[in-house]
Design a protein around this ligand. Structure first.
Ligand code: ADP
Ligand code: MG
Length: 267
């Protein structure tokens, strides 16, 4: 049993504070959803967790079983068991999926150089499970892949790397209903298989439809860089009906700061 603990996490990008004190705790086998409007800081949270160099941590802590991740380079966070399926997966010309996964597994001491054929068999069978054409496996990572294929490729990497915690940033975007079901089933299988060491998930999404498939244990609402509400799956239903308006007015509607030009005349 492991625990991913995020506490008081504050971060800025391009000189603007985006995350303003985020607290979350995810245990092995749990699925936590993070929902929120555009620009709330959801992707920023995912990048900061994984150590993207473009984001500046201003305070707080991110740990797995008490081991601080924020001081680690990205590759060490991965070896500590953290995985990110980014909202916009990058294309890597000249490097196949098998190359990437072999490098990761060999570096972690989980695969011998000579076992590459074992990995390729595993990839082929996983690709079939999630409805990914085997031809993709021979191509360069994400190059000329459709949006939906990229999300399946992320899921394939998740399945093979078997991390302790996965951050899934809008894994549902670009997937049709059938693809969404295949991908969700594979993720859900990882969260139930392995008993004590089952995968813990932080699923970032706009829509309830991913959660209908992934069955979250908890739903959190992120607005302007802060968790403003947490609850059970019913919170996602409520958001679908009411939107995020009740959690605060958009910034542009806030009263201007400064002296009242009417000297209090209007109240
Ligand atoms: P979400 O994923 O919730 O839609 P993001 O985390 O992508 O939101 O963005 C939060 C805010 O941070 C937005 O105002 C966005 O413009 C800004 N932001 C995110 N990344 C960058 C970046 N690399 N450079 C400048 N601004 C950024
Ligand atoms: Mg985003």
């Amino acid at each position: 049993m492991s625990t991913l603990t995020i506490s008081g996490l504050r971060a800025s990008v391009a000189g603007r504070e985006i995350l303003r004190g985020v607290d979350l705790e995810v245990r092995s086998g749990e699925v936590h959803a993070v929902m929120g409007p555009n620009g709330a800081g959801k992707s920023t949270l995912s990048h900061v967790l994984m150590g993207h160099p473009g984001y500046t941590v201003l305070g707080g802590s991110v740990s797995i079983d008490g081991e601080e991740l924020l001081t680690m380079p990205t590759w060490r966070r991965a070896q500590a068991g953290l995985f990110l399926a980014p909202q916009d997966p990058v294309e890597v010309p000249g490097v196949s999926i098998a190359d990437v996964l072999a490098a990761a597994l060999v570096a972690a001491g989980r695969l011998a150089e000579s076992e590459r054929d074992v990995l390729e068999e595993r990839l082929a069978s996983e690709a079939e499970t999630i409805g990914l054409s085997p031809a993709i496996l021979a191509r360069a990572l994400n190059v000329d892949a459709s949006g939906g294929e990229k999300k399946r490729i992320e899921t394939l990497q998740l399945a093979v790397l078997a991390p302790r915690f996965a951050v899934l940033d809008e894994l549902d975007s670009g997937l049709d209903v059938d693809a969404l079901r295949e991908v969700s089933r594979r993720v859900e299988r990882a969260t139930t298989a392995g008993g004590e060491d089952a995968l813990g998930v932080l699923a970032i999404t706009h829509y309830r439809r991913l959660l209908d498939e992934l069955h979250p244990d908890a739903v959190h609402v992120l607005v302007k860089g802060e968790i403003v509400a947490s609850g059970g799956p019913e919170l996602a239903d409520e958001l679908e009906r009411t939107g995020y308006a009740s959690y605060g007015r958009p910034e542009e509607q806030l009263a201007p700061v400064g002296p009242d030009p009417f000297g209090g005349l209007f109240g």
